[in-house]
Design a protein around this ligand. Structure first.
Ligand code: GAL
Length: 334
């Protein structure tokens, strides 16, 4: 009997040692490696986010007293390149991956590679389809709610229309003649923003007429060339230019400046430093700020917790459907 009790005590001690021993090896990590891949280095919103992420990582390093190495690779708008970057991170034993998909429909390839190596993944800004997000438990998505952004963009225009009708409804016909600059065609944000900015204007009682529109892939130069052409084709018919992001809004600003026109009814989304500055200078009517620092903090907090094998702080970052973080938005007008 004594022997059995003795063996039981020994077993219990071994179990406690095993549990705590394992726990302590996890918390004893003194460094972590975070592998990031972005879809395109020269995207203003993403590169500003990476700047903020690098500085927040330094803060976190001091706070947690741990070495955090961050590697940011440029996917260069090529999904094969990005897949190779993911493979490289995996083969080098990175602790966590943060992926801004080139082609958001291809997330399963990244997920399967990461799962095979048991390396958690945080997707950001370019949202995988829902089915892929539920492929494995160690996956999260951090991004904006595109509908919320678009509704705020519409609200901003409605507010201006109510307070300064003569500036917005330039020809005073009671109808808002607008042009729409859209981001990449397959991006979740372009589709939703285009639809809901217009819908929220209609819901707010505005009468609308679309003069023209086009896809400028989020890019300032493309948008600028497009608006220049619109000025030739439609002259002064356009009363407002609704843009899916700030960089394209800045392209519209550039085109107006080149044409020597005093036209500022241009709205964006993102709240990039250049976008905010243009609003401050009165070159744009306003933007919707998608807080870059919060994006960066969420990505790094998740990366840290997952690399360390810790729970996510859901009080700080309330998860939607156990998978999604939506960064809050706000209107910014001059
Ligand atoms: C959008 C953002 C754009 C661009 C794009 C890239 O959310 O508004 O400016 O950065 O993401 O995926």
């Amino acid at each position: 009997m004594k022997k059995i009790i003795g063996a039981g005590v020994l077993l219990a001690a071994a179990a406690i040692f095993w549990i705590y021993g394992r726990g302590s090896t996890q918390t004893q990590k003194t460094s972590i490696k975070v592998g990031i891949s972005i879809y395109r280095q020269d995207d203003t919103f993403i590169s500003s986010m990476m700047g903020s992420l690098e500085s927040y990582a330094k803060t976190l390093e001091q706070e947690k007293n741990i070495k955090i190495s961050i590697d940011i690779s440029d996917g260069n708008e090529n999904q094969n390149t990005q897949n190779e970057q993911v493979e490289r991170y995996i083969s080098l034993g990175y602790d966590v991956l943060c992926i801004n998909m080139v082609d958001r429909a291809e997330a399963a390839t990244v997920i399967d590679k990461a799962e095979a190596a048991d390396i958690p993944v945080i997707f950001f800004n370019r949202e995988p389809v829902e089915e892929d997000m539920y492929r494995w438990e160690k996956l999260y998505y951090i991004g904006s709610d595109a509908k919320e952004q678009a509704v705020l963009q519409g609200q901003m225009i409605l507010d201006a229309l109510a307070s300064r009708p003569e500036e917005i409804d330039i020809n005073q016909d009671g109808i808002l003649q607008y042009a729409m600059l859209e981001g990449e065609i397959r991006h979740q944000d372009s589709m939703v923003r285009t639809e809901w900015s217009v819908q929220s204007l209609k819901d707010g009682g505005a009468s609308l007429e679309k003069v023209t529109g086009g896809i400028a892939d989020w890019e300032r130069a493309q948008a600028s060339a497009m608006v220049e052409q619109w000025l030739t084709d439609y002259g002064d018919q356009i009363e407002i230019i609704i843009c899916n992001n700030d960089d394209m809004a800045l392209g519209a600003v550039d085109a107006m400046a080149r044409a020597g026109l005093d036209f500022h009814n241009i709205v964006g989304i993102d709240g990039t430093p250049a976008g905010i500055q243009a609003v401050d200078e009165g070159k744009m009517l306003g933007t919707v700020v998608s807080n870059l620092d919060l994006h960066a903090q969420a990505i790094m907090d998740f990366a840290y917790a997952m690399a360390m094998g810790q729970e996510i702080d859901i009080e700080k970052w309330p998860l939607i459907d156990g998978k999604y973080i939506r960064i809050p938005q706000e209107i910014y007008v001059g």
